[in-house]
Design a protein around this ligand. Sequence first.
Ligand SMILES: Cc1cc2nc3c(=O)[nH]c(=O)nc-3n(C[C@H](O)[C@H](O)[C@H](O)COP(=O)(O)OP(=O)(O)OC[C@H]3O[C@@H](n4cnc5c(N)ncnc54)[C@H](O)[C@@H]3O)c2cc1C
Length: 433
Amino acid sequence: MKRINYEKSLELRATYDVVVAGSGPAGICAAVAAAREGARVALVERYGVVGGNLTAGYVGPILGMVGKGTMRDEIVALLGVPENDMIGETGRAHDVEQAKYKLAEFVCHPNIDVYLQCTVCDTLKEGDAVTGIVVAGGEGTFALGAKTTIDATGDGLVAYLAGVTTEKGRDDGLMQPVTLEFTIDGVDESRGVICIGDVDDVQLNGERFLDYCKRCADEGKLPAHLAAVRLHPTVRAGQRQVNTTQANGVDMTKVEQIYPADLELRRQIQLLLKFLRENVPGYEECRCTSSGTTTGVRETRRVMGDYVITAEEMAAGCRFEDVVVHRAEFIVDIHNPAGAGQAEEHIQYCDPYDLPYRCFTPRGVENLYVAGRCISGTHRAHASYRVMSICMAMGEAVGIAAAMCAERGCTPRTLDVAALQQRMAAKGIELFD
Ligand SMILES: Cc1cc2nc3c(=O)[nH]c(=O)nc-3n(C[C@H](O)[C@H](O)[C@H](O)COP(=O)(O)OP(=O)(O)OC[C@H]3O[C@@H](n4cnc5c(N)ncnc54)[C@H](O)[C@@H]3O)c2cc1C
């Protein structure tokens, strides 16, 4: 590969107590939590909307659970999803369009500068310490200084650029498939089936709906890898959030793989619409009203931190002295990296588990936290904690921690975790049984 040297001086536009890279479920909670603690915060997002998969990715419902009193509850209420509808077999998705506005209001705080359409493209470092980020915006590149940086990019990009060890996928390197979610309306609620996922036994004319879809695939009515037709209800009658397209073998950190995946997934939407209209009662008049403005990415880098949590620990309901997310709960949901449906024959259920502070502190660097799906864990562990409720609680925890670092003049690694836990408990966040 040919390389060139490129040198340039950059404007240091501002220096903050906390810079948050990425405004997904983890990033928005990190930014707001830090701001509410009095920190000066920058929230940097590459798209023109905050929310990450919650908005740009068209992902819903907000799945998973965490202990009482976290920002997750505030966001669920803000998005107007009745709590009873969030769980169980009818998990309802929020209204994505409303969420774009409501989350924009959520991050509107006097202590937060929101940089939209600004892509983080490098880090600033002094020795092992991350001292800020380089951002590409409409005027070119500029720098933002930070006492503490939070990597909430989902892809662990900041940590990767800072030289932290990262891992991808399972042992053979394959990651979970990418999916383009889309919304349909015009579903006849009196007949239109709801199917929330691969564990759903919902019946259609006396046959398990997912078995019916598989039979249709065998008859050539649907490509075999699209046979897990997941149709989530939303807060609007007659609407479904469709989580079914999938492309395998895609690494979304490789720019050359993004457009072919997007094109393939958009073609699949057309196939699925035809299938639904022609084969599923109640869906005869359905139409696609919108789709993700970005491919939905389940898995890319996992940033290796001071502790690497495993699914086996989580399944057993692990507890840690340095807990910062308590009673996280979700199955180990591995969409098959090499085919349709689930990767494992039997779904692994988890007892409500804790996430320790050390999963959020990347090894070998200072002044940096990670939050969201890229925290330090194994491929199987990631498949559980990646859901949005848990990512929100992670963001809130490190946001408060980062604000305390600024307040106390310490670093994430020297912060007194017991003091952080006390601060969280004083806010009503449940951390211990
Ligand atoms: C198809 C699909 C279906 C899913 N279904 C569900 C579901 O039903 N329920 C559920 O709870 N979870 C679901 N998940 C999982 C969940 O959506 C994600 O794991 C979760 O959103 C991760 O949150 P995050 O904040 O870590 O990252 P993200 O939501 O990915 O947000 C990261 C943000 O960082 C920004 N960013 C990235 N790089 C840069 C950069 N260089 N500069 C600036 N900004 C940057 C992105 O634009 C984005 O806004 C699903 C995921 C996918 C892909």
